[in-house]
Design a binder for this molecule. Structure first.
Ligand code: ADP
Length: 153
């Protein structure tokens, strides 16, 4: 099973959307294999958003990501990276398709509720960034056999 990293950003925490967002992932059939609340700092944000550090809006991203603690989650499933990324929607909430998390819960480019890994390679790097091995749990939910067909898993 593939794993991906999701961060419920301060925009989700402040707007009390934690339950609503997590429920979507569970209802879809993704399995929570890790979950915790942490406070982000500049060091980890510079690493996590290394591709944006030189952008003029990076200080604003860093400020918004430190505004409250965040919740980091490891979600597992077949093709979990693509499944979760599709559920997340376009970066700018105003462009995100209704039905996606961003398309249903936000209208901002920056305050866009969730982060989701964009490739399997990045998911592995990001999971290591936020979780130690003993914080990730490989187990099967009771209804696992009804989430996938036998020949899929
Ligand atoms: P995504 O989160 O969809 O993978 P990026 O990796 O490009 O998108 O950007 C990371 C985060 O930085 C975005 O989710 C958003 O919160 C913020 N961001 C990206 N571009 C902008 C921008 N032009 N202005 C403000 N914030 C931005």
């Amino acid at each position: 099973m593939e794993r991906t990293l999701v961060i419920l950003k301060p925009s989700a925490i402040a707007r009390e959307l934690v339950g609503a967002v997590i429920e979507r992932f569970q209802r879809r059939g993704l399995i929570i294999q890790g979950l915790k609340m942490i406070q982000l700092d500049d060091a980890i944000l510079k690493e996590h958003y290394a591709h944006l550090v030189d952008k003029p809006f990076f200080p604003s991203i860093a400020r918004s990501m430190k505004a409250t603690p965040v919740i980091v989650m490891a979600l597992a499933g077949l093709d979990a990276v693509n499944v979760v990324r599709a559920m997340t929607g376009a970066t700018n909430g105003r462009n995100a398709t209704p039905g996606t998390i961003r398309g249903d819960f936000c209208v901002s480019n920056q305050q866009n509720i969730v982060h989701a890994s964009d490739s399997v390679e990045n998911a592995n790097i990001e999971l290591k960034r936020f979780f130690s091995d003993n914080e990730l749990f490989d187990y099967q939910t009771a209804n696992f056999r009804t989430i996938y067909a036998d020949d899929e898993v």
